[in-house]
Design a protein around this ligand. Structure first.
Ligand SMILES: C[S@@+](CC[C@H](N)C(=O)[O-])C[C@H]1O[C@@H](n2cnc3c(N)ncnc32)[C@H](O)[C@@H]1O
Length: 271
């Protein structure tokens, strides 16, 4: 599937720079530790050639570059590289393009990583197949994608809990109307198995957090950014949006905002 005018845009595409950078840096602060652990478990070493899909604010791109050192290299593929102040460094470079149609040439990678990118793609399998075609035999893929079906308020005042439920429904509707899989993470284990991957390691992280911490903070920032899109679904109103943000800020309110499914998988080496 090639991206054209009828392809839905990345939902955060038209967001203002400052709050979007704040949101991406909040994602890095909360999730980088687990991401580095997952990637490290592949045996990544100096000399590896890596592809970082949708690097966002760039922390994992730069960590990969340090990890593979001078002998290796890292390519970042980013549809909107507005938060990467430089486009290249001593062993890394960024290609501005869409994973669905960018030409990557003949290059084959030892490791491909994507976090929270496939969720934004209608027909994500086609993009995934393009990625897999650029993996070396014996190469590793690490995917970390959300499952919004895990989202649920656990504890808080009844009126806020109802609004959080409404906004969670709006999130599901928004992704579905755009042709995107709101629980894409749950699909990935069987999809990767179907592509012949071995050594599958699957993690399902659904943190239960209180307001003003971790994922609650990230989802408050996302909700402020996507307010109009949530309202357009008809599942949540202005009051629900405000109540969701209040719930996500209140240290006495507890909820699961989404789960992250981590998939670590290896292509069989050539015989
Ligand atoms: C939710 S952000 C996650 C950023 C980063 N991976 C992280 O987890 O910190 C999604 C990133 O994917 C990029 N992106 C979205 N659609 C893309 C596409 N079709 N091709 C390449 N990059 C894309 C966005 O610009 C954004 O940087």
């Amino acid at each position: 599937m090639e991206a054209d005018d009828s392809t839905p845009k990345y939902v955060f595409d038209a967001t203002r720079d400052q709050p979007e950078l704040q949101r991406l840096q909040a994602i890095e602060a909360v999730f980088d530790t687990n991401t580095k652990r997952r990637i490290t478990s592949t045996g990544i070493a100096p000399g590896w050639r890596c592809l970082e899909v949708g690097p966002g604010a760039g922390s994992i791109l730069h960590w990969l570059a340090d990890t593979v050192s001078n002998e290796g290299s890292v390519t970042g593929l980013e549809i909107n590289p507005r938060f990467l102040s430089q486009r290249s460094g001593y062993n890394w470079s960024v290609i501005e393009g869409d994973i669905r149609d960018v030409a990557l040439g003949e290059v084959q990678f030892d490791l491909i990583h994507a976090r929270y990118v496939l969720i934004h793609l209608p027909n994500y399998q086609v993009a995934l197949e393009r990625l897999i075609a650029h993996l070396k035999p014996g190469g590793w893929i690490v995917l970390e994608e959300p499952d919004f079906s895990a989202a649920r308020p656990i504890y808080g005042p009844d009126n806020l809990v109802q609004s959080v439920t409404n906004v969670n429904r709006a999130i599901k509707t928004m992704f579905t109307q755009l042709g995107m899989e709101y629980a894409v993470g749950l699909r990935l284990p069987s999809v990767m198995q179907g592509h012949g991957f071995k050594n599958l390691k699957i993690e399902n992280d659904a943190p239960l957090v209180n307001g003003n911490t971790g994922v609650a903070h990230i989802m408050k920032l996302s909700t402020r950014q996507l307010r109009e899109k949530y309202l357009a679904t008809g599942d949540a109103n202005e009051q629900d949006i405000e109540a969701y943000c209040q719930f996500a800020e209140d240290v006495n309110c507890w909820g699961v905002y989404y789960a992250t499914i981590g998939v670590i998988a290896q292509l069989p080496p050539e015989k």
